[in-house]
Design a protein around this ligand. Structure first.
Ligand code: PGA
Length: 242
């Protein structure tokens, strides 16, 4: 596992968006899976801006959303789908065939998971995953106690996720279950970058990087990935002992 520390949120986001651009230049049909949330917001915004200003051919790459709140429609501003629609899909005018998201309103979430897994297999696997870390150590909706061997699955959300998750919504919503790419996908992804910023993430970053590998703190899985990168700002790195 490699640790990369940047001065602040802006330089972290600039670097990660550059990595996305570099990947697409090198491999135009790359498959990128990205988390939504406060951490990747600027990365996604810069990625779309840079791809446009640098006239990068974005017509062949594939974009996958990491997770979704079950039962939250895509036109709700707090949904993961809404996040990607506004920051990536619409600005880059991606064709429908170029992206795949979990349908949060599906009445068959098991089938939804199978469809996602098949989509990833058919594309030849994920080239780059960009994930955040939750205040309970989750990645996507891989909540504490999750099996490291899971592919896509749906899950009862942890109390911390339900409480913290309200920050994405204008009005209070009832959050209960999540649907997510699994940690086995993460292990199999060619590259993985876990990003975090701010003092509030310092303690969880310390556990993810220096704690023992354990499914009670899912983000420790980054230690298991052969080329895993933890890219954080100075504040998020402030409790690390090295
Ligand atoms: P955040 O979410 O980027 O909004 O802090 C991280 C997460 O829960 O994975």
């Amino acid at each position: 596992m490699q640790l990369k520390i940047y001065k602040n949120y802006q330089s972290l986001s600039a670097h990660i968006s550059d990595e996305m651009i570099a990947l697409i230049k090198h491999k135009p049909n790359a498959v990128i899976c990205c988390a939504s949330g406060d951490t990747p917001r600027l990365t996604c915004q810069l990625f779309a801006e840079k791809a446009t200003t640098q006239k990068i051919d974005t017509s062949k790459f594939t974009f996958i959303g990491l997770d979704e709140w079950v039962g939250i429609p895509s036109d709700n501003e707090g949904s993961c789908r809404y996040f990607f629609d506004s920051l990536v899909i619409k600005p880059l005018q991606l064709a429908t065939s170029q992206f795949h998201f979990f349908n949060a309103l599906s009445n068959d979430v098991v089938a939804e998971c199978k469809t996602m897994d098949k989509f990833i297999t058919d594309k030849g696997g994920i080239d780059l995953m960009i994930v955040g870390i939750g205040m309970n150590g989750h990645i996507g909706f891989n909540e504490p106690g999750v099996s490291f061997d899971n592919y896509s699955h749906f899950i009862q959300l942890d109390a911390t996720t339900i409480t913290v998750g309200q920050k994405y919504f204008k009005d209070n919503v009832s959050l209960d279950k999540g649907i997510t790419i699994g940690l086995q996908h993460l292990v199999e992804s060619k590259e993985v970058i876990l990003i975090a910023n701010g003092l509030k993430k310092a303690a969880v970053i310390k556990t993810a990087v220096e704690g023992g590998l354990s499914n009670s703190f899912p983000a420790t899985i980054i230690q298991k990935h052969p080329t895993g990168v933890v890219a954080i700002d100075e504040e998020a790195a402030s409790l690390l002992s090295r």
